[in-house]
Design a protein around this ligand. Structure first.
Ligand code: PLP
Length: 388
């Protein structure tokens, strides 16, 4: 029987716990595993090193970890993917994605704006992949014979621009489309259902949800997952088992957290819109905030991230961050508590100013990751700090 997403979030990856006689997820911290049959052990090592999944023996903890494997199985159900591969950070996942695609062709297309460090990694050329940056409607024009990947982020960071995944998949034709869906989580958006080949998450954000684990994931076909695992083995980028445990535990409350935070963000976005110190609010749930009409279809709800432009520019933004008492001035997002940051000097610091401005990131822009506190308390804090 097909169960609802909420039920899956609670039970996925836990199907065998009843028979194991335990209730909580087991944590396996072994760095190595006994190989009573050495020939078989050697075969299993070769299989895992080439990116295969677990068969009879995990061999060595850089190759595979059962606690992480459980979380991956659970995430695959939520993303409607054949397989998921978990990494020590979102950036490790992006690195593995680019290196895997590079095996198929040395050129990729990426749409700005995106997470600052992703932009930096792709623009730096450090991985030897040639990257063409373009607008979403220009993708088809940038495809080449050796293009192996189209990379997008939606909702985008920090402007909350929404891209039409199905349209981008159409433009990309035979080329695989990867979507950084960190801001949406599988609760609000499932890119694979829209035709994307690969979904990336910084698990550090909503999946963990409590600000205590750094992690990244790629969900895809088994064919892509083999390449991702192979990269993970050579990079030594497997997620630590405690991280796998925390992410898996976090999945149980993910739908509740995402919805509660979304209600808070909706309320704050509306109230900020009328504030005299605020020039403009960026939130897909506001009138005019979703010109492509994707909220309610591709994206089930507008989410809990919002940005707003202050009339007083950078000075006002930095002042606001000094004055808030409940919202925490900090980068990152998707925690239970509300975080506030200034993209120009913080998350997007390493992006050149002209590229920031082209991506809609101005000096007076403030980003808020709304948590699950009572929105009235958050508004009292914000409006006091804004002086209104
Ligand atoms: C945080 C983040 C990343 C990078 O993830 P890390 O876990 O910090 O390495 C990538 N994309 C988005 C949208 C993010 O918010």
């Amino acid at each position: 029987m097909k169960r609802s997403f909420e039920t899956m979030a609670v039970h996925a990856g836990r199907e065998d716990l009843r028979d194991l006689g335990v209730h909580a997820l087991p944590i396996d911290l072994s760095t190595t595993n006994p190989m009573p049959d050495p020939e078989l052990g050697g075969d299993e090592l070769g299989h895992l090193a080439m990116g295969g999944g677990l068969r009879s023996n995990a061999v060595y903890a850089r190759l595979f970890n059962p606690t992480v494997g459980r979380f991956e199985a659970a995430l695959s159900q939520l993303e409607n993917a054949e397989a998921s591969v978990a990494f020590a950070s979102g950036m490790a996942a992006l690195t593995a994605l680019v290196l895997a695609a590079k095996q198929k062709g040395g050129h990729m297309v990426a749409v700005r704006p995106m997470y600052g460090s992703s932009d930096h990694l792709l623009a730096s050329g450090l991985l030897g992949m040639e990257v063409s940056f373009c607008q979403a409607h220009e993708i088809a024009a940038h495809l080449r014979e050796d293009t192996s990947l189209v990379f997008i982020e939606t909702p985008a960071n920090p402007t909350l621009d929404l891209l039409d995944i199905a349209d981008i998949v159409r433009q990309a034709g035979d080329v695989a489309v990867a979507v950084d869906s960190t801001f949406a989580t599988p609760v609000l958006q499932r890119p694979i259902d829209q035709g994307a080949a690969i979904v990336l998450h910084s698990g550090t954000k909503f999946l963990g949800g409590h600000g205590d684990v750094v992690a990244g994931t790629l969900s895809s076909s088994e064919e892509w997952a083999v390449l991702f695992r192979q990269m993970r083995v050579v990079m030594g980028a497997l997620l630590h088992p405690l991280g796998g445990y925390l992410l898996h535990r976090g999945l149980q409350t993910l739908p509740l957290r995402v919805r509660a935070a979304q209600e808070g963000a909706r309320s704050l976005a509306e109230r900020l819109t009328g504030h005299p110190a605020v020039e403009k609010v960026f939130y897909p749930g506001l009138p005019g905030g979703d010109p492509k009409g994707l909220v309610g279809t591709q994206l089930k709800g507008p989410g809990s991230l919002l940005s707003f432009e202050l009339k007083g520019g950078e000075a006002a933004a930095l002042e606001l961050m000094k004055r808030v008492k409940l919202a925490l001035p900090a980068v990152s997002l998707g925690s239970c508590d509300t975080l506030i940051q200034h993209p120009w000097t913080m998350t997007h610091r390493v992006v050149p100013p002209a590229d920031k401005l082209a991506g809609g990131i101005t000096e007076g822009l403030v980003r808020l990751s709304v948590g699950i506190e009572d929105p009235n308390d958050l508004w009292a804090d914000l409006s006091a700090a804004l002086g209104g």
